[in-house]
Design a protein around this ligand. Structure first.
Ligand SMILES: [Zn+2]
Length: 179
């Protein structure tokens, strides 16, 4: 019988690719570089989502929360205990709370909490893995999966964001000085 516990690393590797593609599409639409997907252990994709904080002006619109909402709506159940959640970054405390409330027991991540914190994207300073242990001994967090790809994708976007911000503040100071 296929259970979440029997999922192989190569399967998680493939699923992480889908989460990463979702994050890339989000970035193309101007979002922060994070993606997540919910998978049935047999390999069926239930839902995928990117971070939508920018387009919705909603600070809680993280990829994991969006993927959980989409998956629950897809299966018509708020209990997502049979599924895996795969995220390009180690979930923040808010997302881990949503994961626990959805009954999800298996989580895989790409970039670790330490790298997210280092990048300046804001991780609330708590490791998802450590928080998972406090929530439940039945919540398993596996990672990093495709860590290098997820990290370089996130950091490259961070650099681009900072450069854009610098250029736009330069533009503003130019227009101010010329006024
Ligand atoms: Zn989050």
């Amino acid at each position: 019988m296929i259970t979440p516990a029997s999922t192989s690393d190569s399967e998680l590797h493939h699923w992480m690719g889908v989460a990463l593609d979702t994050a890339k599409r989000g970035v193309e639409c101007g979002e922060f570089p994070f993606g997540a997907a919910v998978y049935e252990p047999g390999g069926t994709l239930i839902a995928k989502a990117c971070n939508q904080v920018r387009s919705t002006c909603n600070p809680s619109s993280h990829a994991e929360v969006n993927a959980i909402a989409a998956a629950a709506s897809q299966v018509g159940e708020s209990d997502l205990s049979p599924y895996w959640l795969v995220s390009t970054a180690e979930p923040c405390p808010m997302c881990l709370g949503a994961i626990a409330l959805a009954g999800i027991q298996y989580v895989a991540y790409g970039a670790s909490h330490a790298v997210v914190k280092e990048s300046g994207y804001g991780s609330l300073g708590v490791s998802g893995r450590e928080l998972a242990q406090q929530f439940s001994s039945q919540l398993f967090v596996r990672g990093p999966i495709r860590g290098n790809e997820c990290v370089s994708f996130m950091l490259n976007n961070r650099k681009r964001d900072l450069l854009k911000r610098e250029l736009s503040s330069h533009d503003h100071s130019n227009s101010r000085s010329s006024a």
